[in-house]
Design a protein. Structure first.
Length: 332
């Protein structure tokens, strides 16, 4: 038997709603039982709350949704919904170009591009809203004003955002036609084989882990990356690491990260596609460099201004952590 109550609790995070569910017998899996008892919360949402420590049984945190629902009082602390409207924040930006229609910035590693679950503040959108004082294009929607492409949170480098709707439409068309010059610099574990070439695959969600992208035999979307090895670190016959330049012809999620892993040279510092198999000396170099995510930098962005017709090209040097890591690797 199940009873459900909604309470206010000063011990929880401000604004959280605490739902109490009392199970009196065998209810099967916990996440499934809670989803049945709390129909306003999906099973996936409850699994996330359990993983975040927001669910407890008789005051003790529960960490596994697959565990059996035991008799007792479960408490589910549901945080308040995040505002759909991102707030302007006075976050410093490195502006490479700006006019009435668009702005080009050098995004630092660690900054998400737009608000999402867990990243409501501190994003590039929050910074742009403050810097541009409300002049961003609204075509991208409330949460992503002006955004026509994105970089992963831990990928640094050159990005363009639209300030006018005309620029937004024009930039979106350029990206859709792949009529953009985009080159990236990466530091990899080992070196890709062959040292240079083109990777043409289908990319889609991994069937083994839905949080990851993967090269697929069937389905997915076409993904094309040209690459060239610029430097090899360590013995040429058995390199410990390499510096690789990649040029995108498509813009799929995690494209370079997946393609480099597919070539046997995952990016250093990549917690999703390349965390294992790093030699001790390279691991020490990564730790000493201060790198906190994948060693990937958007170094070049070139395009024709969608309103003025001017040819624009921007270059950016890798951030200090990547430069420090490359210097350490060159000494191996």
């Amino acid at each position: 038997m199940t009873d459900v109550f909604e309470t206010d609790d000063p011990e929880t995070d401000a604004g959280a709603t605490v739902l109490e569910v009392r199970f009196t017998g065998d209810e099967g899996r916990l996440d499934r039982a809670l989803a049945l008892a709390l129909p306003d919360l999906s099973r996936a949402r409850l699994q996330a709350l359990i993983a975040a420590g927001a669910v407890s049984l008789d005051e003790a945190p529960v960490r596994q949704g697959s565990a059996a629902a035991r008799a007792g009082l479960y408490r589910v602390a549901v945080p308040p919904p995040e505002s759909a409207d991102p707030e302007p924040e006075p976050i410093p930006l490195t502006v490479l170009f700006e006019d009435a229609h668009l702005i080009v910035v050098d995004k630092p590693a660690g900054m998400p591009v737009h608000p999402s679950h867990g990243h409501a503040r501190g994003t590039l959108v929050n910074a742009l809203l403050h810097h541009c004082a409300g002049s961003l294009s609204g075509v991208g929607g409330v949460a992503r004003p002006g955004i026509v492409h994105r970089l992963d949170k831990d990928t640094s480098g050159v990005m363009v955002a639209a300030k006018s709707d005309a620029a937004h439409a024009g930039l979106s068309a350029l990206f859709a036609r792949h009529d953009i010059d985009r080159s990236y610099i990466a530091l990899t574990r080992g070196a890709p084989h062959p040292r240079a070439g083109r990777v043409e695959t289908r990319l889609g969600r991994s069937t083994a882990d839905r949080k990851k992208m993967a090269v697929l035999r069937n389905g997915g979307r076409e993904a094309i990356t040209d690459y060239a090895t610029l430097r090899v670190f360590g013995p040429d016959g058995r390199p410990l690491a390499a510096e690789v330049r990649s040029t995108l012809h498509t813009g799929r999620t995690h494209q370079i990260r997946v393609h480099m892993a597919h070539l046997g040279a995952p990016l250093l510092g990549d917690p999703v596609y390349g965390s294992g198999g790093v030699s001790p000396v390279v691991r020490e170099a990564v730790a000493a460099s201060g790198l906190t995510g994948q060693a990937l930098h958007a170094a070049v962005l070139g395009f024709v201004h969608p309103v003025t017709g001017e040819a624009l090209r921007f270059e950016s040097a890798p951030p200090p952590a990547m430069q420090a890591l490359a210097a350490a690797l060159s000494a191996l």
